[in-house]
Write a protein that binds this ligand. Sequence first.
Ligand SMILES: [Mn+2]
Length: 224
Amino acid sequence: MAAKQSTKSAGGASVENAAPRASLIATASNRRAAIERKTRETRIKIELELDGSGRAEIATGVPFLDHMLDSFARHGFFDLKVDAQGDVEIDDHHTVEDVGIVLGRAFSQALGDRAGIRRFGNAMVPLDEALCTSVVDLSGRSYLAYNVKIKQERVGNFQTELVHDFLKALSDEARMNLHVIMHSGRNPHHMIETIFKSLAKAMDQATAVEPRTREVLSTKGTLS
Ligand SMILES: [Mn+2]
């Protein structure tokens, strides 16, 4: 599959006209991960392909999370398989948090040493009255700033505060800085959906191959 590329390049030349770089192809060829994690609470298998087409096969036992991850894969152009079996008879907490952990690890593994990626990404996404911005830095350092207030405790059976737990696990394990800012919203389904869609688009940008460098984009020389 072709690597995601920045469509901008110096001088306005299209990427197609730029000289091909062997390193770009090498970097792109294994930008995928497969991870399995078993605990007494959950068993989770995730396959992730960064340079995908948005195909998703999601079965977590938590239907609302399935819906959000489906949207995440589609709008981030990630190919994503998630197979999770958790103790949802207790509640959804372990499953949601552990899917976040394994998805974060999958991103980290797929990114390798993080050389030649754009590193930063941001996106603002609306859904009717809801409006959310996500900002990502695949810095190798974990930080979550979750500036979201949802009045409703639940959307259907799903506890809205689990989104915070999911994103904390994801940002910890992907070792990324993630800011999520909800500007407005009333309907919790809409609000949460704008979180996942803006996150998808921000991560699509940040994980994309930057054709102007094959190096780690840091003056420190490392993002690990
Ligand atoms: Mn929806």
